[in-house]
Design a binder for this molecule. Structure first.
Ligand code: SF4
Length: 460
């Protein structure tokens, strides 16, 4: 089953799949050829991506691409479904602590226009509701709710408000107005503690006033009560602590995977698969235990490749730190085609990667984790964290990938680039990536190649 690590096309994966199957590949029930998702679900973008050729990557992709099926199965089995919007990793930890609840992330509809190459019509539906392209691609979520053609309509919807982006607030309010009731919970804008004010250190290192943590905790208590009512049972401290322990297992696996991949001399796993692996931290792709198994496989593959001094890219690849998720997954391939590799990321949810404190009462620990959301504080806080991670992963340049229409992207790129330039002293580049980027690939390619050349000149 061992083959030299490389990136292959979807067609090549069919041939590889046949070879692996003949050699006795053992797969979970959602396994199978990747190409079936193009025909069965209309995931047309898969035809243009390049994939890692390991069985671990095959499992990761199949796990990702079967999430909707898994949610429908959960409903058929009588489990209640929670749509956890705009909190990136807090409400799902509570929901998965109750055995008959499953949580998912409706914001993930963000990627449907890309994966289906706009054939889904979701952005047109959002347009017709007055949510046009001046909003970020998360507006596709509105179409997904109205058509019901993607995920099952949840039994309960939660959404954080307050210190969240204007785009999501407006879109979620529109959704509520269309007859999808939402349980709102408020996230205050995180501020630095005043001199002498009681403060706590949050996971990830930000400081926040104790009073803000207490407020978030009281908001999360309201959400917990609603989840208990939906589940028809109490969520006691022991069950929540166990849920936090399982979430931390995911976070520890990811931390180890990121450390190994981003610091290895020869890059063992591609940026695209790493992006998807990181996304699993938010809501476990609707199956927490399977998330752990998928990550364990990837970690083992990365360790084996590093041990054998094998990888998917040249050891001379420019070490880039990537800020913000890309609306078109194709760009994660493109940056590698241009001679780069990803050595560090900040995809807007680094707080979902930090371990949740296990030496605190569970609700207090969750409140601290929620308040550590990079988007709940000033862009300068995000930039500080990026600088710290740039140093620890040894990145040689930073790419800020702007999201079209996203309100926070109008100014944060400049703030981040200025702080990175002055603190880390490395080159930065800002690009914008639309949901299907084919028409701008030549421009993106020349800009990324220029950055890679700059990095290589600096090495001399
Ligand atoms: S504007 Fe940014 S933070 Fe808000 S939903 Fe879009 S991508 Fe997420």
């Amino acid at each position: 089953m061992n083959a030299a690590p490389r990136q292959i096309t979807l067609d090549e994966w069919d041939a590889r799949y046949a070879e692996l199957s003949a050699a006795g590949l053992c797969e979970p029930p959602y396994g199978g050829r990747l190409s079936r998702h193009v025909v069965a679900e209309g995931d047309l973008r898969l035809r243009t991506l390049r994939y890692d050729n390991s069985p671990a990557a095959l499992r990761l992709w199949n796990f990702l691409l079967t999430e909707e099926e898994r949610l429908h199965q959960s409903r058929a089995m009588g489990r209640r479904i929670v749509g956890a919007m705009k909190d990136l990793g807090t409400v799902p930890v509570m929901a998965y602590s109750l055995p008959n609840l499953v949580a998912f992330y409706p914001d993930g509809a963000w990627w449907i226009p890309c994966v289906m190459e706009l054939s889904d019509g979701l952005l047109r539906i959002a347009d017709s509701l007055g949510i046009d392209e001046s909003f970020c691609p998360v507006r596709a979520m509105l179409g997904a709710f109205l058509t019901g053609a993607h995920f099952p309509l949840p039994d309960m919807l939660t959404c954080s408000v307050g210190a969240t982006c204007d785009d999501f607030s407006a879109i979620a309010q529109r959704l509520n107005g269309l007859g999808f009731p939402i349980l709102w919970w408020e996230m205050p804008s995180r501020r630095r503690p005043d001199p002498g004010e009681p403060a706590v250190c949050l996971p990830g290192g930000f400081l926040a006033p104790e009073a803000q943590v207490a407020f978030v905790k009281s908001e999360l208590e309201r959400v917990k009560s609603a989840l208990e009512a939906l589940a028809g049972e109490r969520l006691d401290e022991a069950a929540l602590a166990a849920g936090i322990g399982a979430a931390n297992q995911v976070r520890r696996l990811l931390a180890e995977l990121r450390r190994l991949v981003f610091t290895a001399e020869i890059c063992p796993l591609p940026a695209l698969e790493m992006l998807i692996a990181e996304m699993l931290a938010i809501h476990f792709c609707s199956d927490r235990d399977e998330t752990i198994a998928v990550l364990q496989d990837l970690l083992e593959e990365a360790k084996n490749r590093i041990g054998a001094r094998r990888g998917v890219l040249s050891s001379r690849a420019a070490r880039l730190f990537w800020v913000n998720p890309v609306a078109d997954l194709r760009v994660m391939n493109l940056l590698e085609e241009c001679g780069g590799r990803v050595c560090g990321t900040e995809y807007l949810f680094c707080h979902a990667l930090d371990e949740i404190p296990e030496d605190l009462p569970p609700m207090e620990a969750l409140a601290r984790t929620a308040l550590a959301d990079p988007m709940a504080g000033p862009a300068a806080d995000r930039a500080e964290r990026i600088c710290a991670d740039v140093r620890s992963f040894g990145a040689e340049a930073v790419v800020v990938s702007r999201i079209p229409g996203a309100s926070h992207c109008a100014t944060e790129g400049d703030v981040i680039r200025e702080i990175v330039k002055s603190r880390a002293g490395i080159p930065t580049l800002e690009i914008e990536v639309p949901p299907v980027c084919d028409s701008v690939i030549p421009t993106l390619r020349s800009r990324l190649e220029a950055l890679v050349e700059t990095v290589q000149e600096r090495r001399q």
